[in-house]
Design a protein around this ligand. Structure first.
Ligand code: DGL
Length: 272
């Protein structure tokens, strides 16, 4: 057993989809979440800048001596995971690509798989490579959707947000044409749009939630290592943002379905 914290980060609100899943799967664990809201979006940045940001994010979270760090960000996972792992050998660092790709390879019936993500993620082809290792015959339709992250960060995720619906229609049209039966939501912001995407794609297309898959992988890892907490109490949740704590709290409360005001701290990520 291990009572240390689990630390999770993303560029902004997207990784909360992973916190939501971890809260359900591992309710007794202490979770710390950092959203780099002062520098979001990550998805259009160069590999050098992404690595600099990711190193700072990890350095901040390591100050809590966690038992695991989860990169709840498709962009950082697809561009920096190997380096971050090599530089942080003492702590398991989990990314979203492996778990989400395994799931997609497993559930797709027709082998036609859609991958959506940020520009940086789609440029790497990381999901496609990982899926192809398991399903060599798979055919992909991949698309970067740069406007979805700012819309999510602005809270425009409901049925009445016509601009978001319009963008989803445009971005997902090639997926429809390609008759994919599975879509990897390769950016952790996108599961916050699940209902709108499902409405566009119909009920027969499986949407892979990267935050959920990495949360399941972490649970499995902690079980294997006998490193789950032995606490029977509900775990504490701490949130950190690099921009306004108030703004983070009000939007995050909506996404998480509970009030987190009072548990958000603003930090200066430039110090790390
Ligand atoms: N949520 C992140 C991802 O999964 C980052 C999105 C962004 O900041 O552009 O890619």
């Amino acid at each position: 057993m291990d009572r240390r914290d689990i630390c999770v980060f993303d560029s902004g609100m997207g990784g909360l989809t992973c916190i939501r899943q971890l809260t359900e799967l591992l309710p007794n664990e202490t979770l710390r979440y950092f959203g780099d809201t002062g520098r979001v979006p990550y998805g259009n940045r160069s590999a050098e800048i992404l690595l600099q940001y990711a190193r700072q994010d990890v350095a901040f979270l390591k100050t809590f001596s966690p038992k695991a760090i989860v990169i709840a960000c498709g962009t950082v996972s697809t561009t920096c995971l190997d380096l971050l792992r090599a530089e942080n050998k003492g702590v398991p660092v989990l990314g979203v690509v492996g778990p989400a790709s395994e799931k997609a390879a497993k559930v797709s019936k027709n082998g036609r798989i859609g991958v959506v993500g940020t520009r940086a993620t789609i440029r790497t082809g990381a999901y496609e490579k990982a899926i192809r290792r398991l399903r060599p015959e798979a055919v992909f339709e991949s698309k970067h959707c740069p406007l979805l992250v700012p819309l999510v960060e602005d809270g425009r995720v409901t049925e009445k947000d016509t601009v978001t619906k319009l963008m989803i229609r445009e971005y997902f049209a090639p997926m429809k044409r390609a008759e994919v039966d599975t879509i990897v939501l390769g950016c952790t912001h996108y599961p916050l749009l699940t209902e709108l995407i499902r409405e566009e794609m119909g009920p027969d297309v499986t949407l892979i939630d990267t935050g959920r898959e990495v949360a399941l992988a972490l649970k499995q890892l902690l079980e294997q290592k006998d490193a789950l907490t032995d606490s029977a109490e509900e775990g504490n949740r701490y949130y950190y943002a690099s921009d306004s704590a108030t703004d983070f709290a009000s939007l995050a409360s909506v996404f998480l379905g509970c009030n987190i005001e009072g548990s958000v701290e603003r930090i200066d990520i430039g110090k790390y």
